[in-house]
Write a protein that binds this ligand. Structure first.
Ligand SMILES: [Zn+2]
Length: 175
């Protein structure tokens, strides 16, 4: 399995957690881990591993956990936390959750990478990523929300004959 999450050396700046020495020895390693609890599938990701000569401590880069989480998301064909964050765009968590019918808690957990969204939630997020889908979901959400404030069902159409749209329409009533 290829992985595109290999970072370049210059965006890594690490201190030894024991002696605080900057930029200790570093190597790129291939970390292997199970795809999930009780899963046989083994996934692999490239990570920077550090080693401090002074104290003999070794550790993995800060982003190791999120890179591993992204790899699991890709394996499960689910959007990654950063992709979900990008999908939300300028909307607040509350607005985004309200529009799609998710709880704010769910959105926060998905974006933080503490849980992975189920397949149906993932599909809905993907629909929202598409401009046409986003327009449709927003429209449906608005219609449903407006119903809450509309005690009576609309039983007929009111036609305003002074409306230019009506006057120009082909479907004028003939008196
Ligand atoms: Zn050290």
């Amino acid at each position: 399995m290829t992985n595109s999450n290999i970072s370049t050396l210059h965006d890594i700046e690490e201190h030894c957690p024991a002696c605080n020495r900057l930029n200790p020895n570093m190597e790129l390693i291939q970390e292997e881990f199970p795809a999930g609890r009780g899963e046989d599938t083994v996934l692999s990701v490239s990570l920077h591993s550090f080693y401090c000569d002074d104290c003999g401590v070794d550790w993995l880069e800060k982003r190791a956990e999120s890179l591993m989480h992204d790899t699991i998301c890709n394996h499960l064909k689910r959007l990654t936390p950063s992709e979900i964050r990008k999908t939300r765009g300028k909307l607040s968590v509350a607005e985004f959750a309200g529009c799609l019918g998710f709880s704010e808690m769910s959105i926060r957990r998905w974006e933080a990478g503490s849980i992975i969204q189920d397949v149906s939630s993932d599909r809905l997020l993907r629909v929202f990523r598409n401009p046409v889908g986003q327009k449709l979901i927003s429209q449906i959400s608005n219609e449903l929300e407006m119903k809450k404030f509309q005690p009576e069902e609309v039983i007929g159409w009111v036609i305003d004959i002074s409306d230019p749209a009506y006057l120009n329409s082909e479907r004028k009533f003939r008196f």
